[in-house]
Design a protein around this ligand. Structure first.
Ligand code: GLU
Length: 306
């Protein structure tokens, strides 16, 4: 594993450019149709460009983890020929690295401890007000936030599917948590470190994470590390018009892998030919890789999972 210590000590940490994408599920249950669409799109996007695709298991959020889910996810992806080109990366193997990068942020005076409860933040309207910025550090079990300032803030980025994104068009954002009260690195913080360590150049994921991208870019700037390119795809909805969730998992028909792939390709705007419905998984993946067109991915999926 590449740690920051092993990198050249000049201030900008850069990786050589190669095309590398990833799918990073949280093992809180097996994947459902929405995650299959996401995994498939990220796979095809990099494979069609001759790149490398890897699986990462985002297993830091221990309260959400389910026993056996990682193995189940990997096995399910395997049925679709979505196989990691590198040994699977588990976030839980990298705790020392998250700490190391955190020390860098602490040394740069970009962090502070925050004791505010969710209840307090809800009471002030749900957006944190940077209240603890000047608080004396008490070294208790508190969360750690990143200070956003004019030097590190990133307000815009170009999304590979949705085009130019401006932070203010979403909602106000304030200093955000990078290390949780239970000492677990936050999602936004850990993925930035992982994407860097794994040399990820393309992140393609669900649109629910598009707003979080601003914080991730802000962290990369704070750490002076390269940012990958980002693209977000629409979310697959359930019948209640909510994002498909693990509890809708039964919607992924486990016996009909080819049909699931066909339906996912259809949703992704790839116009798969009719014959693929009865083709083998590897024939479908090969054909989809050759014919992948990112520009055909719609901005909204107008079908829900059935
Ligand atoms: N682990 C996250 C999830 O399952 C996705 C992380 C990412 O793609 O950045 O929602």
């Amino acid at each position: 594993m590449l740690s920051k210590k092993e990198l050249p000590t000049n201030t900008q940490y850069k990786h050589p450019k190669k095309i590398k994408g990833r799918f990073a599920p949280t093992p809180s249950g097996d994947i459902h149709f929405g995650s299959l669409v996401c995994a498939l799109a990220s796979y095809l996007d990099v494979k069609s460009a001759g790149g490398i695709w890897v699986i990462r298991i985002d297993d830091l959020d221990t309260p959400r983890l389910k026993d056996g889910a990682s193995e189940q996810i990997i096995e399910t992806l395997d049925h679709y020929n979505l196989i990691s080109d590198e040994p699977i990366y588990y976030q839980s193997d990298h705790l020392a690295t998250y700490r190391e990068f955190l020390n860098d942020l602490i040394a740069k005076n970009l962090t502070y401890e925050c004791e505010c409860t969710r209840k307090r933040i809800r009471a002030i309207g749900g957006i944190y007000d940077n209240k603890c910025r000047n608080r004396k550090i008490k070294n208790g079990r508190t969360s750690i936030r990143l200070k956003i300032n004019d030097q590190n803030e990133v307000n815009t980025f170009s999304d590979g599917i949705y085009g130019l994104q401006q932070k203010e068009s979403y909602r106000a954002s304030r200093d955000f948590i990078i290390s949780r009260k239970d000492d677990i690195p936050s999602y936004e913080y850990s993925v930035v470190i992982d994407d860097f360590i794994q040399e990820i150049s393309y992140v393609l994921r669900g649109k629910d994470l598009i707003f979080s991208t601003f914080n991730q870019l802000t962290l990369q700037k704070s750490l002076n590390i390269d940012a990958p390119e980002y693209a977000h795809i629409p979310l697959v909805m359930n019948l209640k018009k909510r994002k498909l969730s693990k509890s809708d998992g039964a919607l992924l028909d486990k016996k009909n892998f080819s049909m699931n792939l066909y339906l996912a390709l259809e949703l992704l705007g790839q116009n798969p030919v009719e014959e693929l419905k009865s083709a083998t998984v590897s024939e479908i993946i090969n054909s989809a890789t050759i014919n992948w067109k990112r520009e055909n991915v719609p901005k909204v999926f107008n079908k829900h999972a059935t």
